[in-house]
Design a protein around this ligand. Sequence first.
Ligand code: FAD
Length: 239
Amino acid sequence: MNATAALLSPSTGIIDVHSYMQNLLAQAEQNNAFFVARTRMLHAQAIDQGFIVTIESQKEITQLKCNFLINSAGLHSEQVAKNIVDMPAGLIPKLHWCRGHYFSYAGKSPFNQLIYPIPETSGLGIHATLDLAGQLKFGPDTQYIDQLDYNFPGDLKAKFVQAIQKYFPDLNPDKLHPAYTGIRPKLQGVNDPFKDFVIQDESDHGINGLINLFGIESPGLTASLAIADQLVQQLSLNK
Ligand SMILES: Cc1cc2nc3c(=O)[nH]c(=O)nc-3n(C[C@H](O)[C@H](O)[C@H](O)COP(=O)(O)OP(=O)(O)OC[C@H]3O[C@@H](n4cnc5c(N)ncnc54)[C@H](O)[C@@H]3O)c2cc1C
């Protein structure tokens, strides 16, 4: 296949996600925040000023009080919202779990840029991405699932080869190897038209200090600082 046109996006790139997260954590701690891992929010109750939140860590259940509650629980944000007393049930959207798979490409990458095909209805399409070490990988596709299952199905190679050959006709299928999977929390169901993410605040649900984030899929990582700025404004923290 020959392309008649392409768009060059010189600012498209990759970042070291682990360093980014470590950096955010360090800055948060410098500003007196505590990050508590392996701790599950069980439920929350709005009180006059803030919330009483019940949490579980190492089978111990405790309560804490907070002024603001931000539900950014990704794949579980629907369930977390259901566990917030007084959260109107009609405003909690159904999340559809959609797994994406990546194949890695053995050997030297033929590209030195990321290559994106024309997007599909439920995703960006199987694109070519480089990691920081220069390793090429292809993905992710979209496969709606009912259970949280990160296993890599054994029958995906033909589909990937067909998609990749549209923009890389010289692909040698023997160089493709299953790499890893990830799961998106989509608001858009299997045959739905496009549905974007939703951020709800008091003006939506009437609960002061509560923010719900639903359907934060790609590019949620790239947009994370912009989303954080938006939440600060919605909670009027910058006054
Ligand atoms: C295959 C794939 C490819 C992607 N590619 C890109 C990309 O190229 N660029 C990009 O910008 N984005 C990409 N994304 C999207 C990006 O990963 C997400 O947008 C981002 O991780 C969302 O961050 P989050 O903090 O909202 O949710 P998450 O990262 O899902 O974090 C949610 C957190 O909430 C915790 N949690 C859940 N339930 C509870 C509970 N009851 N109590 C306490 N904690 C709880 C979870 O343990 C988790 O730590 C991709 C996603 C997938 C799946």
